[in-house]
Ligand binder design. Structure first.
Ligand code: B12
Ligand code: SF4
Length: 441
């Protein structure tokens, strides 16, 4: 008889002043464990200070008697996970360490070290379910998709299973409700997360999302999504779909159902600029249903740069998208990717574009070729200081072409200095969602 599994799911902490949100991926695993009667808890490091980090984790494992530890990985937490796993294996006997999450999904081989026992990269959680039901023996593992594990000291890699189009369980949102006090998006308040589709039908060169779910875009039944958000006891929901506004009819169905059921929530979602430019007619309904925040990857303000990113949008579509949103009282949270090819003039043009188009909410990320993206293949020979903890869009990983790294970083900080005080001021005066207003108050 197999020993009963006691699983601790760990979400590593990272520095962020932009947001701290629920660990939705781990909540899905916790939900599965609940359905299958497996003892499981989420240890969200965001709930604790940095000091004493490792000892706190050890104490948690010992106190709870956990024998399986599952880490959620992102590009910027790889080194931490590998170091912590090695330390845990030295300190504790009889523990099994697993790694899953976005970074493991594509770059699983990077986790194949002595300290790690299994890396999970399958699409969806069916393999996880099979393992829990089957008992984690070598034989059961060998029969699965999308994992790698050690057999006689050698790593065995199992092929990924097919793309998924739904979750096999509901998330256990205990961690969300427990973490509500610390949950925030900068100046917006706390948000619950929901995911209604997988991957993205487009293929921007820098994007990791489009490679997920075996690069296959699939959608969940939208009525089930409405059921899910209706159950969430929170007034604000962020749809973390890579792009929520793809199929206009599906969006219409969602909005009409939300309105019909009288659900009153504030929604935030990603949308592409071309969709917003071409489909202004859906926006009044979206507003009526509760959409207030659109996250739009404008990325760049010139057609050349957009082409370079393979964005398949244009500068004019970006401008039209902002206008359509503003006309419909929807906030455009504009996401820009600052390229290493930027000149001093490009930085000036970006600020001018923001002013000309009355953009208040802006996010700047430095172009980072995440491993697994097309951009990584293109730039892998030019990477500098490509260390895990620097892969957060706030660090230089490709040498700027037209200025020193110091001046590049200075100009990136300067973008923030020129834009953030205004949104902070407007948030203070409660006018940050007034899309027609242009001033500071
Ligand atoms: C919301 C979001 C954020 C939020 C926070 C999310 C959170 N709750 O903490 C904010 C804005 C703070 C954020 C920050 C960052 N993010 Co982010 N984020 C997302 C987004 C849009 C959704 C994440 C999500 O909730 N997914 C839904 C859940 C259900 O999926 P999941 O987490 O992948 O989990 C599933 C599996 O992976 C698996 N699983 C997960 N963990 C584990 C663990 C074990 C043991 C097992 C067995 C399985 C398993 O099971 C789950 C169910 O199937 C994704 C895009 C995407 N397509 O995923 C990007 C994404 C994950 N982020 C990304 C990045 C790069 C970042 C940042 C590093 C930097 C940046 N510039 O954004 C930071 C730091 C992230 C960090 N260290 O956690 C990249 C990841 C690339 C990579 N290789 O790691 C993504 C894919 C987007 C992109 N830019 O391409 N992010
Ligand atoms: S950047 Fe956005 S539109 Fe482009 S592939 Fe990624 S998710 Fe899709």
């Amino acid at each position: 008889m197999e020993k009963k599994v006691k699983l601790l799911l760990v979400r590593p902490k990272f520095t962020s002043i932009i947001a701290n949100l629920e660990p939705l991926g781990l909540e899905y695993i916790a939900g599965l464990c609940k359905d299958l009667n497996v003892e499981c808890e989420i240890f969200d490091e965001f709930q604790y200070p940095w000091a004493n980090r490792f000892n706190r984790l050890v104490k948690k494992i010992k106190k709870g008697g956990y024998d399986y530890i599952g880490f959620n990985s992102n590009a910027n937490t790889v080194d931490y996970i590998l170091e912590t796993s090695a330390k845990l294996k030295k300190r504790l006997n009889d523990i099994h360490i697993w790694v899953g999450g976005p970074e493991a999904e594509m770059n699983y081989k990077d986790f194949c070290t002595d300290a790690v026992d299994m890396v999970y990269y399958d699409n969806g959680l069916q393999t996880m379910k099979n393992l829990i039901l089957g008992g984690f023996t070598e034989e059961v593992m060998d029969a699965q998709n999308g994992i790698c594990f050690k057999k006689d000291g050698n790593w065995v890699y199992k092929e990924k299973g097919p793309a998924v189009c739904d979750f096999i369980c509901k998330p256990d949102r205990t961690a969300f409700y427990q973490g509500l006090k610390r949950n925030f998006i900068f100046l917006k308040g706390s948000f619950a997360l929901s995911k209604a589709s997988f991957s993205c039908p487009f293929n921007c060169s820098f994007c990791y999302c489009t490679k997920m779910n075996s690069s296959t875009y699939t959608e969940r039944d939208i009525i089930k999504v409405v059921d899910e958000i209706e159950e969430i006891d929170h007034p604000r929901i962020w749809f973390v779909d890579d792009t929520f506004f793809v199929d206009k009819e599906r969006v219409r169905l969602f909005c009409e159902e939300v309105i019909r059921r009288g659900i009153k929530k504030h929604f935030m979602a990603y949308s592409r600029a071309d969709f917003l430019a071409e489909n202004p007619d859906i926006l009044p309904l979206a507003y009526e249903a509760g959409f207030r925040d659109m996250m739009v990857g404008l990325e760049a303000i010139s057609d050349e740069q957009l082409k370079e990113y393979n964005k398949q949008t244009s500068k004019n579509e970006n401008i039209q998208a902002i206008k359509n949103l503003h006309d419909n009282n929807l906030v455009c949270n504009a996401l820009f990717v600052v390229s290493h090819t930027s000149t001093k003039q490009d930085f000036k043009n970006l600020i001018k574009f923001i002013k000309d188009n009355n953009l208040l909410w802006v996010v700047f990320g430095i172009f980072t070729p995440y491993k697994g993206t097309d951009a990584y293949d293109e730039y892998k020979d030019r990477l500098i200081n490509f260390k895990s903890k620097r892969l957060d869009g706030l660090h230089i990983t490709i040498k700027p072409e037209h200025m020193s790294s110091f001046m590049f970083m200075f100009r990136v900080y300067w973008l923030h200095v020129l834009t953030y005080p205004k949104v902070m001021c407007r948030a203070l005066f409660k006018t940050a969602y007034d899309t027609k207003r242009t001033g500071w108050f």
